[in-house]
Design a protein around this ligand. Structure first.
Ligand code: PLP
Length: 396
């Protein structure tokens, strides 16, 4: 029996698995057991910033594994300190809390907002339609998309859902009891939908008035994917708290909260914690990823990839407006919204050796590694130019 069949017998069916049996990856490619090669624009869902098996990342993880794979957070650990110092240098945020995932970063941010608010009579937490912050009860409480929530009631008290990018609704809904507003600078799972400038301006203005926390969920957008280390434009929005995960651990589980100075003492000793949070191997791998991003100027590369790809797809969309509704995104976070379900395109691309992702049924989501070459970018464009019309013809 092959791995996918054995998987179906042994593992709870919580994921819609792609019909592939992957054995290994190299750079922007992954390979299946039969030796077929796939250009990977799925990118481990925004994790694999350097593609697969980058030698510097592998060397850093291996070196740390031989020193110690785990100590305990009862010890200060050099890999955590080095990564925290680098994050501070890159973002200006002076304090970091390390955890293991995006969900844990959201959980920590919710707890931080509640504890901070508890001495200020601020309890309400606000989330937006289309948002995705994770699968535990706190992030779920901030999300409104029904399929994620069904059957899990009751959720946390005091959570409000507002329509995304609706400035008037925001102005009506925030008050002095608002503790925190959670947002993704570009919604990922929700279909690659950026926050509008007017929305961000209103949010910053309302924070001045009411003094709530702005929590930017940069789990998907962060760590250089959109061409800057964080996607939130510091000229428009300076979040009080930033959530990171996905790319930050170089493929190993790692999450982080970055907070401004006044918030660094909110949890206090024993107020929050985790056995594995800030695992030293993940931190060492993450630091190597940041080194490579710096040394190889991969944030500029991300912007170049995004512009090249989106220009080509926009030109194609003009000829194909009955198929393509919109092309949007920034850097290596790209959405192509179709006029019909996008899964047939995914299947066609797989047959052509290109791996893509689909979100919200009609949006092709591409999260390629920042090391994608110009030739690989051309292959991706050509494949989509062929597969989108073919899928539409199949459906006709
Ligand atoms: N926040 C955002 C924006 C995400 O895209 C995700 C995952 O897709 C999460 C949070 C949750 O991260 P994790 O799956 O690591 O728990």
């Amino acid at each position: 029996m092959q791995v996918p069949e054995r998987d179906a017998r042994a593992i709870m069916p919580t994921y819609g698995r792609l019909p592939l049996d992957i054995t290994h990856g190299e750079g922007a490619y992954i390979f299946d057991r039969a030796g077929n090669r796939y250009l990977d624009l799925f990118g481990g869902l925004a994790v694999n910033l350097l593609g697969n098996a980058h030698p510097r990342m592998v060397a850093a993880a291996e070196k740390q594994l031989r020193l110690y794979a785990h100590l305990s957070n009862y010890f200060a650990q050099e890999p955590q300190v080095l990564l925290a110092e680098r994050l501070k240098e890159l973002t200006g945020y002076p304090a970091v809390y390390f955890c293991n995932s995006g969900t844990e970063a959201a959980e920590a941010a919710v707890k931080l907002a509640r504890k901070w608010g508890s001495t200020r009579s601020k309890t309400t937490l606000i989330g937006f339609s289309g948002a995705f912050h994770g699968r535990s009860m706190s992030p779920l409480s901030l999300m409104s998309h029904a399929p994620y929530r069904e059957g899990y009631q009751p959720f946390l008290d005091g959570c409000l859902h507002l329509p995304w990018n609706d400035t008037a609704a925001l102005e009506r809904s925030v008050h002095s009891d608002t503790a925190a507003v959670f947002l993704e600078p570009i919604q990922g799972e929700g279909g690659i939908v950026p926050a509008s400038e007017t929305f961000i301006e209103a949010l910053s203005r309302l924070r001045e008035k009411y003094g709530f926390l702005i929590v930017a969920d940069e789990v998907q957008t962060g760590v250089g994917r959109t061409g800057t280390f964080l996607a939130a434009d510091p000229g428009l929005l300076r979040p009080d708290v930033v959530m990171l995960a996905k790319g930050i651990g170089g493929g190993l589980p790692l999450g982080a909260l970055l907070v401004r100075e006044e918030l660094s003492g909110v949890f206090g000793r024993g107020g929050h914690g985790s056995t594995f949070g800030g695992n030293p191997v993940a931190c060492a791998a993450g630091l190597a990823v940041l080194d490579v991003i710096r040394d190889e100027k991969l944030m500029a590369r991300a912007l170049h990839i995004g512009e090249t790809f989106m220009n080509a797809m926009r030109a194609f969309a003009q000829e194909s407006s009955h198929m393509i509704v919109d092309v949007r995104g920034r850097g290596c976070m790209i959405g192509i919204e179709l006029a019909a379900p996008a899964y047939p395109v995914l299947r066609r691309c797989l047959e052509q050796g290109v791996l893509i992702n689909v979100t919200r049924e009609r949006v092709i989501r591409l999260l390629p590694p920042l090391i994608l070459s110009d030739e690989q970018c051309d292959v991706a464009v050509e494949t989509l130019r062929g597969c989108i019309p073919a899928a539409f013809e199949d459906a006709a």
